[in-house]
Every structure is written in structure tokens, then in C-alpha cells.
Design a protein around this ligand. Structure first.
Ligand code: IMO
Ligand code: MG
Length: 426
């Protein structure tokens, strides 16, 4: 049994991380979000009510679980406030949540610039969520960011005014409308007061928890193929969404992480632009989209659909080092006669077993498929692996063998009990 695990998306996000982190967070003493911001989104059911989380970690519904918004995050205080307000109104006290004083503040000029830059890129646009994520991380790396320690400091108005002056010049260069200083400060100063009690130094909190053998869950957002280093660059998000981000984005020592669980969707989806080797443009894609309601939670865009890509998953397994994976949405494949899975890519007549760095090469990659027999049965009531139709079992075993990792959890429906626990790991 592991006491500190990272749950990480192994594809392009939307793998069903929400359901898995909810499951594990019920057993966790601490849940840490380590990167991204409100570009992420998932729906959580608690006590018959549905909540929509974008920035807050999924352990928030359990009073005894401490939820840390880690230093690797970029946090929009306006949207975080409204997320918190919904929960406060629903009766949650939220005294089980802290924000790292090192987390960067995603501000109104970041959002403005995200939209303007996308418009400027025209047909080369990334297809971002327009939440300011890229511009905020850009400021962080160029040492021009504002962190929560500064946000709650009495000097914040001065620092913000200095930044806004420069940012407004940039906004004007892109043909945008400058942001009003007075109006912005009025809102941000109120929020700065509101957030003061939540902002803490979190490295020491994690260190103490580890010393006391507490169970810690690191909750990843996005997915490995959207990672700034390992994803399909430049069609990626701007953070290390792979497991390595859990170290730098939380301040936990690298030696303290005991394991990684990759979240794998039984087929592939992506939202936004960029290469997608196993993408489908047929009825099957449309059927999957409708059956699984594959539309973005944050932007409501229809998601692109494709077959499972084991070449990409193997790469993802290597990047994250996961020995275990949770297989999500397996029920969606019920009723398909034959299911193709991609086992490698063919690039210019050669078989390759990695994902190329070059965008041009990735666009030239053709999927090499193996066809597996499907199953007809509704599997949503199955709770034991052995009770799955044999072809569904074989589909899982094929993935296990190809990527050299074990399925620890299999999701057979959206509800939290529609789950097969194959191995108890946390
Ligand atoms: P969750 O956590 C799927 C995608 C965007 C775009 C690219 C860059 O719900 O799985 P950004 O706004 O981050 O600069 O956009 O990344 N993207 C996601 N796709 N799920 C997500 O999060 C995503 N967060 C960002 O669509 O292609
Ligand atoms: Mg999502």
C-alpha cells in the first residue's frame, strides 16, 4: 500500500482524473494540486449535489482532508473566489484549504493577452481555454510574475500598477483595450483581504505530514501530451502536467513519492488544435462523442475522438514512470464489433516506438493498428474483473502487456460505484 501517489493524465486531459482522484481523495489526509489553473475542470457529485471544480482540489468535500493549492499552480483569484463562494453557500466551511504563498496569480491582463495572442495566431492558434494560463506562466518564468505572497502584501497595489502599465502597452500593441487600474484594484484589494487567511508556506506543511506518515495524493490536471516539455509542442498547456510536476509544483522531496497512477481513457480524445495520430472522422467518432458526452467542461467545445494509442501511452508511461493505471470509460466501447488499437507509428516507411518531437514528423506519422474483437454486453453492473466479458478482459490485458503496467482500477460507468477495483494500492 502506497502512502503518497501522483494521479496523472496519460493522454490529452479529460481522461476521467476527477473520478479517480475523488475515489483516492476519500482515503487521503492531504490532496495537492501541483500545476495548471482553471483551465482544468471536472464535475464532482457529493451527497446528491453536483459541484464543478476547476481550481480547488477534489478532497475539499472531506472536512478532515487538507487541500493544498501548490506553488506550481497559476490561480485566478476571481474565479477561485466564485468557486469557493458556491461551496461556502452550500455549507462547506473551507477551513481545510490552503494556497501556497509561492503560487502565481493569474490576473486580468493574462486573460486579456491569452485571447489577443490566440486571435493574432489566426490559423496557427493553439486553441487555449483563454484563462490566461500561458501568459501567466510566461511571466513566472521570465521572473515577472506576482505570487500569492505578494498578492496579500500591503504593497500589492503598487506592484500591480507597475505591471499593468507595461501590460497595457502590450495589450495596445495587439490592438486590445487597456485595462482600467482603479476598477481592477478595487476588486483585487477586496480579494487580497479575503485570501489572506488561506495563504501559507506549504513546503513545511508537506514535510510535517510526510514525517507523520500521512497519506498524500498529488492531483494532476491536464495530461502528459499537454505537458510543456513532453507534449505535442507547441499545442500544449504551459506547465509540467506529467508526474515530474508534482515535485516542483508542491515542494515535496522527490524521494517521498511512492508511486504514480496513470489515468487512461479506453479510447483517445483531445480538445484544441494539434496533431492526433489516431483521430477518427467517422460515425464511430460521433457515436462515442454523444454516448460519452465528449464536450469540454470548461469551454464546451466538442472533443476530437480517436482510437486508443498505445504508442503514445507507452511514451507516457515512460515519462511518468507509472506501474499502475486506471482505465476509464471502458463501458463506452461496449457494442462495437471490432476495436482497433494503435501499437506503433509508421514514420516515412519506418516503424517507431516513440512520439517524435518534431511537429512535422508527428503529422506524418501513420498509426499501425491491431484489431481486437469487441463485446456486446452492458458492463456497467460488473464489479469484478473476472465478470467482464472475455473480450473486454482481453482488451485490458492487451493494454497491460503493451505498456508494461497493471490496471488497478477500471471504470464501467460515470457513477462512483460503477468501478472495478482490481488492486488496492493507496
Ligand atoms: P483537464 O484537467 C483537456 C488544452 C486546451 C489547449 C491547450 C492549451 O480537465 O483534463 P491552455 O488554456 O491550458 O493554455 O490551453 O491545452 N487543455 C485541456 N484539454 N483537458 C484539460 O484539463 C485542459 N487544459 C488545457 O484545450 O489545447
Ligand atoms: Mg476536463
Amino acid at each position: 500500500m502506497m502512502r503518497s501517489i501522483v494521479v496523472v493524465g496519460s493522454q490529452w486531459g479529460d481522461e476521467g482524473k476527477g473520478k479517480v482522484t475523488n475515489y483516492y481523495s476519500a482515503k487521503a489526509d492531504i490532496v495537492v494540486r501541483y500545476q495548471g489553473g482553471n483551465n482544468a475542470g471536472h464535475t464532482v457529485k457529493f451527497d446528491g449535489q453536483e459541484f464543478h471544480l476547476q481550481t480547488i482540489p477534489s478532497g475539499i468535500f472531506n472536512e478532515k482532508t487538507l487541500n493544498i493549492l501548490g506553488n506550481g499552480m497559476v490561480i485566478n483569484p476571481i474565479s477561485l473566489y466564485s468557486e469557493m463562494k458556491t461551496l461556502l453557500d452550500a455549507g462547506f466551511k473551507l477551513n481545510n484549504m490552503v494556497i501556497s504563498s509561492r503560487a502565481n496569480v493569474d490576473l486580468n491582463y493574462h486573460l486579456e493577452l491569452d485571447g489577443l495572442k490566440e486571435a493574432h495566431l489566426k490559423d496557427k492558434k493553439i486553441g487555449t481555454t483563454k484563462k490566461g494560463i500561458g501568459p501567466c506562466y510566461t511571466d513566472k518564468i521570465s521572473r515577472d510574475g506576482i505570487r500569492f505572497a505578494d498578492f496579500i502584501d500591503e504593497d500589492f497595489p503598487k506592484i500591480y500598477a507597475e505591471h499593468l502599465k507595461e501590460k497595457n502597452e502590450e495589450i495596445a500593441r495587439y490592438g486590445g483595450t487597456p485595462i482600467d487600474l482603479e476598477k481592477s484594484l478595487k476588486e483585487y484589494e477586496k480579494l487580497s483581504e479575503f485570501f489572506k487567511p488561506y495563504v501559507k508556506e506549504t513546503v513545511s506543511i508537506l514535510a510535517k505530514a510526510k514525517k507523520a506518515s500521512k497519506k498524500i495524493l498529488f492531483e494532476g490536471a491536464q495530461g502528459t501530451m499537454l505537458d510543456i516539455d513532453f507534449g505535442t509542442y507547441p499545442y500544449v498547456s504551459s506547465s509540467n502536467s506529467s508526474a515530474g510536476g508534482a515535485i516542483t509544483g508542491s515542494g515535496i522531496g522527490i524521494g517521498y513519492i511512492e508511486g504514480v497512477v496513470g489515468i487512461v481513457k479506453a479510447y483517445t480524445t483531445r480538445v484544441g488544435e494539434g496533431p492526433f495520430v489516431t483521430e477518427l472522422f467517422n460515425d464511430l467518432a460521433d457515436n462515442i462523442r454523444e454516448k460519452a458526452h465528449e464536450y469540454g467542461v470548461v469551454t464546451h467545445r466538442p472533443r476530437r475522438i480517436g482510437y486508443l494509442d498505445l504508442n503514445q501511452l507507452r511514451y507516457s508511461r515512460n515519462v511518468n514512470g507509472f506501474d499502475y493505471f486506471a482505465l476509464m470509460l471502458l463501458d463506452i466501447l461496449s457494442g462495437i464489433d471490432e476495436i482497433k488499437v494503435c501499437t506503433s507509428y509508421e514514420l516515412d516507411g519506418k516503424i517507431i516506438d516513440y512520439v517524435p518531437a518534431s511537429l512535422k514528423e508527428t503529422y506524418r506519422c501513420k498509426p499501425v493498428y491491431v484489431t481486437l474483437p469487441g463485446w456486446k454486453e452492458d458492463i456497467s453492473k460488473v464489479r469484478k474483473f473476472e465478470d467482464l466479458p472475455i473480450n473486454a478482459q482481453n482488451y485490458v490485458k492487451f493494454i497491460e502487456k503493451e505498456i508494461d503496467a497493471h490496471a488497478c482500477l477500471i471504470s464501467v460507468g460515470p457513477d462512483h460505484n460503477e468501478t472495478i477495483i482490481k488492486e488496492d494500492i493507496f
